[in-house]
Design a protein. Structure first.
Length: 64
């Protein structure tokens, strides 16, 4: 069974877990979120998106 989940939702869950386990304090987590938000509006966004799509496709082709 294949499970499809939004990468943004997955990363959001990871950030919440890291904050709750006190591995990352809320301040640095907010800075990272803002960095990602502003990075998405730069000219690098399409390249990053293509890279992440390629990684996801590569992982999806792994057969167990």
């Amino acid at each position: 069974m294949a499970l499809s989940i939004s990468f943004v939702l997955l990363l959001g869950i990871v950030v919440v877990v890291l904050i709750r386990s006190k591995s990352v304090k809320p301040g640095p987590a907010i800075v990272c979120v803002l960095f990602g938000f502003f990075l998405s509006s730069t000219s690098m966004a399409p390249s990053i998106s293509r890279f992440m799509t390629g990684i996801a496709d590569m992982i999806g082709q792994i057969r167990f």
